[in-house]
Design a protein around this ligand. Structure first.
Ligand SMILES: Nc1ncnc2c1ncn2[C@@H]1O[C@H](COP(=O)(O)OP(=O)(O)OP(=O)(O)O)[C@@H](O)[C@H]1O
Length: 301
């Protein structure tokens, strides 16, 4: 899937402002961004539900707006609201979607995999929030899509359901299914996605693998040990330019270009002193740190 220079306006508002990214077949890409960043608008255009004002979009080699009828049977869409009729029963709803696809998965098997067998005869409106989400995922998967669009798929799910869904998405990807995921759960993106695209104000502000986004030389190393250690041997053992201090009793800080050799020096110093370092931490940046640096901490409307 290729999105190039995508623009979408609503009156005076430019919701998507020249957005570009690619999703290779069989990979999982996470679109991240604050509320109102333009993610849903982008995904709707890729699904063929909305028309772009400018730019080009190719999904499975097709133009999603002009060739929507050809594209639809090849993609699976999981909507935030679930997309199921409230009065239909869970099993009936899934059967209905299955009946409209050429080679559907076995619906009983799918309900079982998603832990919905006991809810087969339950009207959709009586399902819990997490069950509705799982039904939505079943509806997206039942037609054996080549590409899956998932809008916050695990929002409102308990940890058990979330792990189940993650496993299911990993096995779909292993079967060659491409996945475009939007999520506000940065640990979910970090855990699952091959590539991350961070969007703000309708533009890409960063993209790459988690490792690429969080890369950079660490500048601090912290560890805990008994208070008032004699730090002179550690200072001697470290290269010039390193600063070693005990900013709080029992918490030690090493500042400089932290490398594996720095770690080794610190642990062998501790061994010589006969102390056990605790919480040895090289100030590793997480996706959340990068995300907040790029998009700020201010709340969005
Ligand atoms: N049909 C519409 N008419 C007018 N404005 C719209 C319409 N759809 C979206 N917008 C506006 O476009 C902007 C982008 O919205 P969009 O739903 O794409 O953001 P999002 O990144 O998906 O946000 P969220 O994380 O809250 O789902 C927002 O300011 C939104 O209010």
């Amino acid at each position: 899937m290729e999105v190039d220079g995508l623009v979408r306006r609503y009156g005076d508002l430019t919701a998507v402002d020249g957005l570009s990214f690619t999703l290779p077949r069989g990979q999982m890409l996470a679109l991240l961004g604050p509320n109102g960043a333009g993610k849903t608008t982008t995904v709707e255009i890729c699904e063929g539900f909305a028309r772009p004002d400018a730019g080009t979009v190719r999904v499975l080699g097709l133009d999603p707006w002009k060739q929507a009828a050809q594209l639809r049977p090849r993609i699976g869409v999981m909507l935030q609201a679930g997309g199921a009729h409230g009065s239909a029963r869970t099993g009936e709803m899934l059967d209905l979607v299955a009946a409209s696809s050429r080679d559907p998965l076995d619906t009983r098997w799918l309900l079982d995999v998603l832990g919905l067998t006991d809810a087969t005869r339950t009207p959709v409106r009586r399902l819990s929030g997490g069950q509705v989400q799982r039904l939505g995922l079943a509806m997206a998967l039942v037609g054996r899509p080549e590409l899956l669009f998932l809008d916050e798929p695990t929002a409102g799910m308990d940890p058990q359901a979330r792990h189940l869904v993650w496993d299911l998405l990993r096995s779909a990807r292993a079967d060659g299914v491409g996945i475009l995921l939007t999520t506000h759960l940065l640990d979910e993106a970090e855990l699952l996605a091959d590539r991350i695209v961070i969007v703000d104000h309708g533009r890409v502000v960063a993209s790459g693998t988690t490792e690429e986004l969080t890369a950079g030389q660490e500048r601090t190393l912290r560890f805990g040990a008994p208070t008032a250690l004699d730090l002179a041997p550690l200072r001697t053992a470290l290269p010039d330019g390193f600063v070693v201090s005990e900013p709080r009793p029992g918490r030690y800080l090493v500042e400089g270009d932290i490398t594996p050799a720095t770690m080794a020096t610190v642990t062998s110093f501790c061994a010589r002193m006969g102390v056990m370092p605790t919480g040895l931490d090289a100030g590793e940046r997480r996706l959340e740190d990068v995300y907040l640096e790029l998009t700020g901490r201010a709340l969005r409307g």
